[in-house]
Ligand binder design. Structure first.
Ligand SMILES: Nc1nc2c(ncn2[C@@H]2O[C@H](COP(=O)(O)OP(=O)(O)O)[C@@H](O)[C@H]2O)c(=O)[nH]1
Ligand SMILES: [Mg+2]
Length: 195
């Protein structure tokens, strides 16, 4: 069977939500800087250089807009929690993420990426609480699953689920690098986008 794939093309980098334009519906990817958001986008689209990945955290400063089929969009949000750089930049990115997530009526699912090796950070927990308070539907995507040794997997999975109060079955355990768990995530995205 051919692996599932979400056809995506880069549209633009938007510095505010009103630059995104209308669409039928959209999904968003959020998570701290360096958690693997860009790599995840490349993996779901099966395209290596669609989203720019980086070893240096904090490179995505804008909302990156990707076109999916039939007037659907995928939005890559700037990573939160970037430790370096001017304070005013960090404030601007957080405001940008929050105002984007709050204002888009067409937003139907937020994929909150958490590093499965590092586990949920304070900022991830804050983001989850913020999504909940704002009544935004979200799904947890645990990234870089290949970094876990088989012997430590179940303990790490259990811990992550406990911290975030979610069932393991409700979490997508993925490795963009090894393209593991991506199929299920793609199907979930397609279903929510009505594709
Ligand atoms: N081992 C491993 N590394 C990954 C994976 N996904 C991303 N990375 C690495 O994590 C770093 C940050 O990735 P990137 O996609 O740019 O993260 P972003 O800042 O959230 O967009 C890069 O060095 C990637 O190569 C993965 O599935 N497994
Ligand atoms: Mg990125």
């Amino acid at each position: 069977m051919t692996p599932a794939r979400l056809t995506l093309s880069f549209v633009k980098s938007a510095s505010s939500e009103d630059q995104i334009g209308f669409c039928d519906c959209e999904i968003a990817i959020v998570g701290r800087s360096n958690v693997g958001k860009s790599s995840l986008i490349n993996a779901v689209a099966q395209q290596n250089n669609l989203a720019q990945t980086s070893k240096t955290p904090g490179r995505t400063r804008n909302l990156n807009v990707y076109q999916a089929p039939r007037e659907r969009l995928l939005i890559d949000c700037p990573g939160y929690g970037f430790a370096r750089g001017p304070e005013e930049d960090k404030v601007r990115w957080n405001l940008l993420i929050e105002s984007y997530l709050r204002s888009r009526k067409t937003l139907i699912m937020v994929y909150l990426c958490v590093d499965s090796y590092v586990g949920p950070t304070e900022l991830d927990i804050d983001m989850q609480a913020w999504l909940f308070q704002n009544h935004l539907p979200y799904t947890i995507v645990a990234t870089k699953f290949d970094q876990l040794r088989p012997s430590e997997r179940s303990a790490k999975q259990k811990k992550l689920c406990e911290i975030l109060s979610v069932d393991s079955e409700a979490v997508f355990w993925v490795s963009a690098r090894k393209s593991k768990g991506i199929d299920h995530l793609v199907l979930h995205m397609q279903k929510h986008l009505g594709l």
